[in-house]
Design a protein around this ligand. Structure first.
Ligand code: PLP
Length: 400
C-alpha cells in the first residue's frame, strides 16, 4: 500500500522525514565487523545486556523478525492462546509479524488524542479468553504506559510485549523503555532511533521467554554472502543519498519504496550480520548524539506552542514530532505544501489497522474511531539532525 500523498517531484533541497544518518566511518567499522565474524555480534549483544540490565538479548535482521520470534516463543509457552492485542493505530509491520507467526490480530482503540491505548476499554478487551499477549507501543518515541498495561495483563496470564521499535535509548519514569514489559523489542531500520540499515533487538529478563527464543535462534539463518553484499551496497547508498541536497533523487525513484509502509508477512528472518553489528559500534554515543539533536529540534518546535497529541510534553526520546491537525483536509494541505517545499513532513501510517484488507476477520465498520481520526488527521514533523533552524521555521509556519 502506497502512502496516500505522493505528489509531484520536488527537485532541490528535500528533507527526509526521518534520518539516523549513516556515516562513511560507520561503514568502515561495519567492514571491520565482518572480519570479526560472529564474535562482533556476540559483543554487541553483551553490550546491550549490560546497558539494559537484562539476562537475554538477541540481535536479528529487523524489528518484525524480532517480534515474530517473540510471538513464536510466547505461543510455545502458552499453547491454546492465539490472539495478539495491539493498538488500532500502529506500524503495519506489527500485524505482518503476527500473521507470520500464525496468530490473530485483535485491536484496541486509542485514547482520545493520545497515541496510547484507550485505557477505558483495555481492561474489557483483555477479558477475551484467547489473548496470548498485548503490545503497548511507544509510537514516535512518545512513552506508552507499559506499567499500567502490565497491571491489567499480569493476573490474567497475558504477556506484555513492549514495542520500543521507535524508542531505543529512551527512558521514562526512570526506566529504560523496552525493559518494562515481559519482553521488549527495538528496531534499527532506516528512520528509527539509530540505524544498521536494518536490524532488530529482543530484550528480556524472563528466563522462560529467553530460553524459548534462544532455542529458535539456533535454527535461524545468517546473512549469506550475496545478502551481506546487498546490505553493504545499500548502506553506502544510504550514507550518500540521505543528505537534503540529494534526497529528492532517491525519493523520486518509486522502486526504492522510500516512505512506504506495507502489510507484508513474507519478510526475511535472519540473525544480525557481523557487518551490521560492526556498523552499530559506538551505538551508545551515537544514540546520545542523535537524541540530543532531536530533542533540541523538538524543543524548538514546541516553543511555538505546538504539542504532540493530548497536549503531552515533548519527551526527550521523540524521533519524529507527531501533531494532530483539525481534519483530513488540513492534513492534505500541510502534506502538499511540505512536498512542494521539501520539508519532510510525513503523513504517518495510511489507515487504522482494521483498514488492512488482508485482515478481513477484524470487525467491520467504524469500530476504532480514535485510531481512524489519528490516521486522518495526524502528521509527523522531522526533528533529525539534518533539520536546521530555517527548516523548523518553514515547517512551523505551515502549522500556526
Ligand atoms: C518500525 C517498527 C516496527 C518494525 O521494525 P522493522 O525493523 O521496520 O521491521 C515495529 N513496530 C513499530 C512501532 C515500528 O515503528
Amino acid at each position: 500500500m502506497l502512502w496516500e500523498f505522493t505528489m509531484a517531484i520536488h527537485i532541490g533541497r528535500t528533507l527526509p522525514p526521518a534520518a539516523a544518518p549513516l556515516h562513511f566511518k560507520d561503514i568502515i567499522s561495519g567492514w571491520a565487523g565482518l572480519f570479526g565474524g560472529g564474535a562482533t555480534v556476540r559483543r554487541f549483544e553483551e553490550e546491550l545486556k549490560g546497558v539494559y540490565g537484562v539476562r537475554h538479548c538477541f540481535a536479528v535482521s529487523s524489528g518484525k523478525a524480532a517480534l515474530f520470534l517473540i510471538l513464536q516463543a510466547l505461543k510455545e509457552l502458552s499453547p491454546g492462546r492465539d490472539e495478539v492485542l495491539i493498538p488500532a493505530y500502529t506500524c503495519y509491520s506489527v500485524p505482518s509479524a503476527i500473521v507470520r507467526a500464525g496468530l490473530k490480530v485483535r485491536l484496541c482503540d486509542m485514547g482520545q488524542d493520545s497515541l496510547d491505548f484507550d485505557f477505558d476499554r483495555l481492561g474489557e478487551q483483555l477479558e477475551a479468553p484467547r489473548i496470548l499477549c498485548v503490545i503497548p507501543t511507544h509510537l514516535f518515541g512518545l512513552p506508552a504506559d507499559v506499567e499500567r498495561v502490565k497491571n491489567l495483563a499480569d493476573h490474567r496470564g497475558i504477556f506484555v510485549v513492549e514495542d520500543a521499535a521507535q524508542a531505543m535509548g529512551a527512558e521514562w519514569n526512570g526506566r529504560k523503555m523496552g525493559t518494562v514489559g515481559d519482553v521488549g523489542l527495538f528496531s534499527m531500520g532506516r528512520g528509527k532511533v539509530f540505524s544498521t540499515v536494518e536490524g532488530g533487538i529482543i530484550l528480556t529478563d524472563n528466563d522462560l521467554i529467553g530460553r524459548a527464543i534462544e532455542k529458535r535462534m539456533g535454527a535461524i539463518p545468517g546473512y549469506g554472502a550475496f545478502d551481506s553484499l546487498k546490505l553493504i551496497l545499500y548502506a553506502v547508498a544510504l550514507s550518500l543519498l540521505v543528505h537534503p541536497l540529494i534526497y529528492w533523487l532517491p525519493k523520486s525513484l518509486p522502486f526504492l519504496k522510500l516512505g512506504e509502509t506495507r502489510f507484508d508477512p513474507s519478510f526475511p528472518i535472519r540473525r544480525l550480520s557481523p557487518f551490521q553489528a560492526g556498523v552499530a559500534r559506538g551505538w551508545k554515543e551515537k544514540m546520545e548524539e542523535l537524541r540530543e539533536a532531536r530533542s533540541k529540534n523538538a524543543g524548538k518546535i514546541a516553543s511555538y506552542g505546538i504539542a504532540p497529541p493530548g497536549g503531552r510534553a515533548v519527551s526527550p526520546g521523540l524521533i519524529r514530532f507527531p501533531v494532530l491537525l483539525a481534519d483530513a483536509e488540513a492534513k492534505k494541505k500541510v502534506l502538499r505544501a511540505s512536498e512542494a517545499r521539501g520539508l519532510g513532513i510525513s503523513g504517518g501510517y495510511p489507515d487504522a489497522i482494521d483498514g488492512i484488507g488482508e485482515l478481513a476477520y477484524l470487525p467491520a465498520g467504524n469500530g476504532f474511531p480514535a485510531a481512524k481520526a489519528i490516521a486522518e488527521r495526524m502528521v509527523s514533523l522531522p526533528v533529525h539532525p539534518l533539520v536546521n533552524d530555517g527548516a523548523i521555521q518553514r515547517i512551523v509556519q505551515l502549522l500556526i
